[in-house]
Ligand binder design. Structure first.
Ligand code: PEP
Ligand code: MN
Length: 265
């Protein structure tokens, strides 16, 4: 179902509220790694919207490497995302970690459900998400091949949900300078093999704020349909992923640069 051979036209994901991914415009999904407070998420939402973002990201259920790290505000985080959405109109993209949370995500009006890298092969979760009527942003696993990513998309689509957005977020290699290695070739390869929209996450791919702009530019040049970028009002104090988070001012520069570049292609 994800294969372009049987579906030559590009899939365009359209939200009930009208926002699109894969329609030829660059979708900008921006916001903090974790939702922390109402003031934080609302300030970041207003700022990224003013810079051209069309979706708000923010983690409520966080897949942290250490069980002693901040695990997210969980259900309260979804409430705060809803407030930020009410203020700005930006649809919400947030990560799900458990099948049991699907009803909560539906009740809280999450617009796009993110499956994180660590759950890319949680097949029972993927099957359950195949039964709902919401777009799924599926991130490539830390050590997964392009073929495996496409098979995970297939798990969702096989259940009847064909609204899948693929996300390249960097993979593990022997390089240690960056948090992950952005597999830029995955973008044109995924676009060739599949009709699904492809977005790139330069924040998790690099782990370093100053690398976000060049990687975002590379993603646009490679044909990405969108970018998902971490933005925090005070990166130094962020409860997760501060080192890779842009300030709203930095995001403003990057957003203008990538949108201008996309228009010029
Ligand atoms: C995130 O988006 O904050 C995240 C945890 O991403 P990934 O699953 O790509 O590591
Ligand atoms: Mn993060």
């Amino acid at each position: 179902k994800a294969n372009r051979k049987f579906h030559p036209d590009n899939t365009v994901i359209t939200l009930p509220t009208g926002q699109k991914i894969g329609d030829g415009n660059l979708a900008l999904i921006a916001g903090p790694c974790s939702v922390e407070t109402e003031a934080q998420i609302c300030e970041v939402a207003e700022r990224v919207k003013a810079s051209g973002a069309t979706f708000l990201r923010g983690g409520a259920f966080k897949p942290r490497t250490s069980p002693y790290s901040f695990q997210g505000l969980q259900a309260e985080g979804l409430e705060l995302l809803k407030k930020a959405k009410a203020k700005t109109g930006l649809p919400i993209v947030t990560e799900i970690m458990s099948i049991g949370h699907i009803p909560l995500f539906e009740e809280e009006g999450v617009d796009i459900i993110q499956v994180g890298a660590r759950n890319m092969q949680n097949f029972e979760l993927l099957k359950a998400l195949g039964k709902i009527n919401k777009p799924i942003l599926l991130k490539r696993g830390l050590s997964n091949t392009i073929e495996e990513l496409l098979m995970s998309a297939e798990y969702i689509m096989a259940g009847g949900n064909d609204q899948v957005i693929l996300c390249e977020r960097g993979i593990r290699t022997y390089e240690t300078y960056t948090r992950n290695t952005l597999d830029i070739s995955a973008v044109p390869i995924l676009k060739k093999l599949s009709h699904l929209p492809v977005v790139v996450d330069p924040s998790h791919a690099s782990g370093i704020a100053w690398l976000v702009e060049p990687l975002a530019m590379a993603a646009v040049a490679a044909g990405a349909d969108g970018l998902i970028i971490e933005v925090h009002n005070n990166p130094a104090k962020a409860l997760s992923d501060g080192a890779q988070s842009l300030t709203p001012d930095q995001f403003d520069r990057v957003a203008h640069h990538v949108l201008r570049t996309k228009d010029a292609l």
